[in-house]
Every structure is written in C-alpha cells, then in structure tokens.
Design a protein around this ligand. Structure first.
Ligand SMILES: [Zn+2]
Length: 98
C-alpha cells in the first residue's frame, strides 16, 4: 500500500481459455468497474487483484489516471490505417469513444 501507479478497471476471471492463453483483455467473464452492479473508483478505498496494478513512480496521479484510456486509444489506432494529420470522427458517449 502506498505505491503510485495505474489501475486497469477490468476484472478478469484468469481461468477461461482467453485468460489462460494470455489474452485476458477478451476474457469470457470480463467485468468492468463503474458499470451497473460494479462500483467504480469514486470511493476512498478499492480492493483489486494485484495483476490489475501497474506500479510507476514516474507517473503523476493525473498521468496514471489517463494511462488506461490512452492505452485503448493507442491500441485502437494500431488496428487502423489512420496516418498522422488525417481527419477522423470519434463517435461514442464515453471518454474512449465507445
Ligand atoms: Zn477469463
């Protein structure tokens, strides 16, 4: 306790075929915090499995908070053929454009 870092808001089962093959991001039983029936991070304490914590003393709290949405954006861009300087539309209600 007391380490600075980033948290992944998804909870994985670590037992399905995807988790066991190292692709936990597509876990068959994935649950996301801050969704109905799962409380989010707007509380004083959160208890999560240790694999969801990525320690980093170099990140500020703001940078750590933005690292997961940034990772989604970078991963999404890598799946496209969009090039620097091109115009795109991001459609969606959430901060990541879902
Ligand atoms: Zn799983």
């Amino acid at each position: 306790m007391g380490d600075r870092g980033a948290l992944e808001p998804a909870l994985y089962c670590y037992h399905c075929e995807f988790c066991l093959s190292g692709h936990h991001n597509v876990c068959a039983n994935i649950r996301f915090l801050s969704n109905p029936n799962h409380p989010g991070f707007f509380r004083e304490l959160v208890n999560l499995p240790s694999p969801t914590f990525f320690p980093s003393r170099q990140l500020s709290f703001a940078e750590a908070a933005l690292s997961e949405p940034l990772a989604i954006a970078v991963h999404s861009l890598r799946l496209t053929s969009i090039r620097l300087g091109e115009t795109v539309a991001v459609i969606g209600a959430g901060p990541s454009g879902f």
